[in-house]
Design a binder for this molecule. Structure first.
Ligand SMILES: [Zn+2]
Length: 122
């Protein structure tokens, strides 16, 4: 069983390693949509995997490190692709969120990354 909570943040970035002339080399911003999914059993008497409020308490301080920042300035995000952002978020969240199952990050309405952790096949 899985539960998820959606978050969002605004941030600017540019991708320094794309070919010359690529639009993502220019400074621009996104309204990132983030979905954090945790998995586990939901045994009685609570019948839940975890408290949504506790999930929010873990994720919000990490979001605060990204919201309204220039992502390239953040250690580990020198090349802030959605893929790298998902890995960075996983590194930050997994120590205090052992039930973490997946991180889904959308940078536009139609483009996003789904990451299921460093040990997953995909
Ligand atoms: Zn971008």
């Amino acid at each position: 069983m899985q539960i998820y909570k959606d978050f969002h943040f605004e941030a600017a970035h540019r991708l320094p390693n794309v070919p010359k002339g690529h639009k993502c080399a220019r400074l621009h911003g996104h309204s990132f949509q983030l979905r954090i999914t945790v998995a586990g059993d939901a045994p009685p008497p609570m019948n839940w995997i975890m408290d949504f409020g506790d999930l929010k308490k873990v994720v919000n301080p990490i979001i605060d490190q990204l919201d309204h920042y220039y992502l390239n300035d953040i250690p580990g995000l020198e090349n802030p692709t959605s893929e790298r952002l998902c890995e960075w978020l996983w590194e930050k969240l997994s120590p205090s969120l052992p039930q973490l199952y997946s991180i889904e990050l959308k940078e536009t309405c139609t483009s996003g990354c789904l990451y299921t952790g460093p040990n997953a096949a995909d």
